[in-house]
Design a protein around this ligand. Structure first.
Ligand code: GCB
Length: 600
């Protein structure tokens, strides 16, 4: 059980559509919220002595009690109020030199007052905490959450006081073999309360969640559901889209659920015209509104169809790292900068690697008209046979889809990246695929897969997982890990499946400003040469329907120590860590401009 709600017993809903592991609040839009961002007092606790006693048993008097000496003789070996602070949201690694490589536990504490009105409920909401979070209010445990990139919330109505509340979170980012991701990745393990923390107030019975999207395969039937949480489950709910004069009412059942379909001719969302409508969900006891776009996404043979028309996904991969300042990104401005560069490259699509990014990215993509591939950190060598690992991956996948299911920008969910073939892995990933289809039947499913040579010049895509996916992602590093750049010239690509392929990674490292001839590793010229040969090869692949080179910007990785070149950065960015464009950026940009003009 990844999320343990001790205070309120969240009703165990029957249908999978209703399964809710991330806590009662999934959407914070249009709600009364109180930000708890800012400075939090922290205690770095590498031995977890704030949690375990000296016999390594969980202690009743851990740091979560926020104890103070009552007499001058009292022995208490910690004191939040005289401890250092860290900014939330933010990773700890880039806020303190001492914590740069730190992997372990940090305790966070925030004090606040809150005058709750009698007919209201209050929830503590966390945009994300990497990786394992134990949450306490006023000395009592309110829940635990596992997974570093998705939101969770716990109800605190009954524990809340008018003044002097203290919220304490133990955040542990130790890597574990059985976790998702597992021990080995190629990105920085930024720890901490990396996204917004807030209190959310709702009525006693509130609109807990809803989905309003075009029905799969349709361009004029809206389909979805609304779910209420609280004592008054049975209510009239109305979905309104005022700009389109739509008002449709339904009644929720004994579980608080209403499913609906209705016809509506809306202006469809697309990269050229990212139309969003104000949508209001109105129940008798609550009302929420947000902006939602409507578009259809399907495949037909090897084509991807957006609103019924074939498209080519001109993409780029992005890690959730803040440009220039470094560290985990978590602001609208950082999302605008990253997506702005993607647009400048000529992209209409981004692959948000390798975990769900913060909500600013998705909402900006919605506004800017950039299609999104969003994925879970099922990466490389997960423990395929461990039932806890699969539960964890399913939960992270569910939380990702739950958060972003109403975002038109998201067209593809990805269940895995470069996972080695085995029966256990196939069973694990099939499980994720069916989970994703269960909660969201409207989007395409993919995974970034590997491929293999059938002879010296033929690459084959035939991963058995391909049978269960809509779109085949394929990572290849011809010219970098696989031969020299010109190797691409003679390559032929074959696929076992009549399905669209996205070349979801290719590229190579270059240190910005490092020059030489095009066979000298780490130079901008070598990287540029990879892109030239790659593009010529990609143009010859008949079933190719998208590309997302690796990667938009350089990003930190502990696997990359080469002094003076890498210095713990993966240098495959088309843009440097300082925001400077490398030569390869312009090669890719030129191709995307050509593709864009052909598409018109
Ligand atoms: C890959 C991985 C990506 C790495 C990249 C690299 O195949 O999917 O996470 O960062 O290669 O740079 O080696």
């Amino acid at each position: 059980m990844k999320t343990l709600v001790l205070l309120v017993s969240v009703i165990a809903f029957a249908s999978s559509l209703q399964a809710q592991q991330s806590g009662p609040i999934t959407n914070t839009d249009g709600r009364k919220t109180t930000s708890l961002n800012g400075d939090w007092q922290v205690i770095v606790d590498p031995y977890e002595s704030g949690y375990y006693n000296y016999r390594y048993q969980p202690s009743d008097n851990g740091y979560f009690k926020n104890a103070k000496p009552k007499t001058k003789s009292d022995l208490i070996e910690y004191d939040f109020d005289n401890s250092t602070t860290l900014k939330v949201p933010g990773d700890w690694n880039t806020q303190s030199d001492q914590l740069f490589f730190y992997e372990g536990t940090v305790w966070y504490k925030k004090s606040f007052d809150y005058q709750r009105k009698p007919e209201r409920r209050v929830f503590a909401y966390f945009g994300a905490a990497n990786y394992l979070a134990d949450v306490y209010l006023n000395g009592e445990k309110i829940g635990q959450h596992e997974g570093g990139f998705t939101p969770f919330s716990f109800e605190i109505t009954k524990l809340l006081r008018d003044s002097g509340n203290f919220l304490i979170v133990k955040v542990d980012n130790k890597r574990r073999r059985d976790a998702v991701p597992t021990l080995m990745t190629d990105w920085w393990n930024y720890g901490g309360l990396t996204r917004d923390v807030k209190l959310i107030e709702t009525p006693l019975t509130f609109v807990q969640d809803y989905m309003v999207q075009l029905q799969r395969g349709s361009r004029n039937v809206e389909s979805g559901w609304v779910r209420l949480e609280g004592a008054r489950r049975n209510q009239k709910v109305t979905v309104r889209i005022p700009e389109a004069q739509i008002t449709k009412s339904f009644t929720t059942d004994a579980n608080g659920l209403a499913k609906f379909d209705f016809k509506a001719d809306l202006k469809l969302w697309s990269p050229e015209s990212p139309k969003l409508y104000d949508v209001t969900i109105e129940a008798e006891t609550d009302q929420v509104s947000e902006q939602i776009g409507f578009r259809s996404i399907e495949t037909k043979g090897t084509d991807i169809l957006l609103n019924g028309r074939p498209i080519f996904l001109r993409g780029v991969c992005i890690h959730e790292e803040a440009p220039i300042r470094g560290g985990r990104a978590n602001s609208r401005e950082e999302a605008q900068m990253l997506l702005g560069w993607a647009k400048e490259l000529g992209a209409n699509f981004v692959r948000l690697a390798h975990y769900p990014h913060n909500e600013h990215m998705i909402r900006e993509a919605d506004r800017l008209g950039i299609m999104v591939w969003s994925e879970v950190p099922v990466y490389w060598t997960i423990q395929w046979e461990n039932p806890d690992t699969i539960d964890n991956a399913r939960n992270q996948l569910s939380e990702m889809i739950t958060r972003d299911k109403n975002r038109a920008a998201v067209i593809i969910w990805s269940v895995a990246n470069e996972t080695p073939l085995s029966d256990a892995r196939l069973a694990f990933l099939k499980n994720l695929v069916s989970r994703a289809r269960e909660i969201d039947g409207t989007r395409l499913l993919t995974a970034a897969m590997e491929r293999h040579y059938v002879d010296a010049t033929t690459q084959m895509i035939d991963d058995p997982l391909g049978e269960y996916l809509d779109v085949l992602g394929c990572n290849e590093y011809v010219g970098w890990y696989d031969g020299l750049p010109e190797k691409a010239d003679k390559l032929e690509w074959r696929s076992k499946y009549q399905k669209p392929v996205i070349m979801s990674e290719f590229g190579g490292d270059a240190l910005y400003g490092h020059h030489g001839d095009d066979l000298t590793r780490w130079t901008e010229e070598y990287q540029e040469s990879i892109y030239r040969h790659q593009i010529a090869m990609l143009k010859r692949i008949p079933f190719l329907r998208g590309t997302s080179p690796w990667i938009l910007t350089d990003f930190r990785s502990p696997r990359r120590p080469l002094p003076k070149i890498q210095d713990y950065w993966n240098r495959k960015g088309l843009i440097s860590s300082g925001g400077e464009k490398k030569k390869a950026f312009f090669v890719m940009q030129q191709w995307y401009r050509e593709l864009q003009s052909q598409a018109r």
